[in-house]
Design a protein around this ligand. Structure first.
Ligand code: 8X3
Length: 250
């Protein structure tokens, strides 16, 4: 079995790579940071009897995505599971103070990048009449919170895309799911706050958040279900979080 995981250089993507490797999947790992991908490939191939191919590209660049995926040979282009994970948030200022370029990067990555990869992978799945696309959505797709505007919009779009793909791909026996986590302690907040570690740490203080491994376990659970079973959307938060904007902090 082959799984392609985007955004595998950190966080949920990296945790998925480790989880799927431990379950004997051969892996195609993609991300921007080539050295990190190579390190992960080495680690996984040393620890598990699997093969790993790395593809380094900027998911915002349609041509780069296509060239990279087209480079997969016949042994590797039959993808069973796509974990469409690459995504980010930039900024949490109110709409009036937020940055237009940040809007573009979020939409280009979380929506357009996800589509570029999905479109390529679904082509092959359609021919083989088999496959599973798992899109990383978020609780931010369920309710909009203050300062969430465009990030929430991008995840609402992921929800709509997932629902639409699921309808249209029914005749091709392709499963389409989304996993929608709340707060997960990864580099997510450090990226969101422009590298401000103190601000990022404060997000996860006063409660126990989800960890990347928790989400990877859920994603693998979806991928491991019998052929006739699909989880359409799995919304998950830590116990201290009720929805996208209510968290109990002590
Ligand atoms: C989940 C992150 O900031 O919306 O995608 O809780 S956040």
């Amino acid at each position: 079995m082959i799984a392609l995981i985007t955004g595998a250089t950190a966080g949920i993507g990296m945790a998925c790579a480790k989880k799927f490797a431990a379950k004997n999947y051969n892996l195609i790992l993609t991300g921007r940071r080539k050295e990190r991908l190579e390190e992960l490939k080495k680690e996984l191939e040393n620890n598990y009897a699997i093969g790993v191919v790395t593809l380094s590209f900027d998911i915002q660049n349609k041509e780069e995505v296509q060239v990279a995926l087209d480079s997969l040979d016949n042994a590797w282009n039959r993808i069973d599971v796509l974990v469409n994970n690459a995504g980010l948030a930039l900024g949490k200022e109110g709409f009036q103070d937020a940055n237009l370029e940040d809007f573009e990067v979020m939409l280009d990555t979380n929506v357009k990048g996800l589509l570029y990869v999905a479109k390529w992978v679904v082509n092959g799945m359609k021919e083989r009449k088999a496959g599973h696309v798992i899109n990383l959505s978020s609780t931010a797709a369920k309710e909009v919170y203050p300062g969430g505007h465009v990030y929430c919009a991008s995840k609402h779009a992921v929800d709509a895309i997932t629902k639409g793909m699921r309808i249209d791909l029914l005749p091709f026996n392709i499963k389409v799911s989304s996993v929608s986590p709340g707060m997960v302690d990864t580099e997510f907040s450090k990226v969101r706050f422009g590298g401000d570690q103190a601000k990022a740490d404060a997000v996860y203080q006063g409660f126990t958040p989800l960890y990347a491994e928790d989400v990877a376990d859920a994603i693998y659970y979806l991928a491991s279900l019998p052929k006739h079973v699909n989880v359409n959307d799995l919304v998950m938060t830590c116990t201290a979080q009720a929805n996208s904007y209510i968290t109990f902090k002590e």
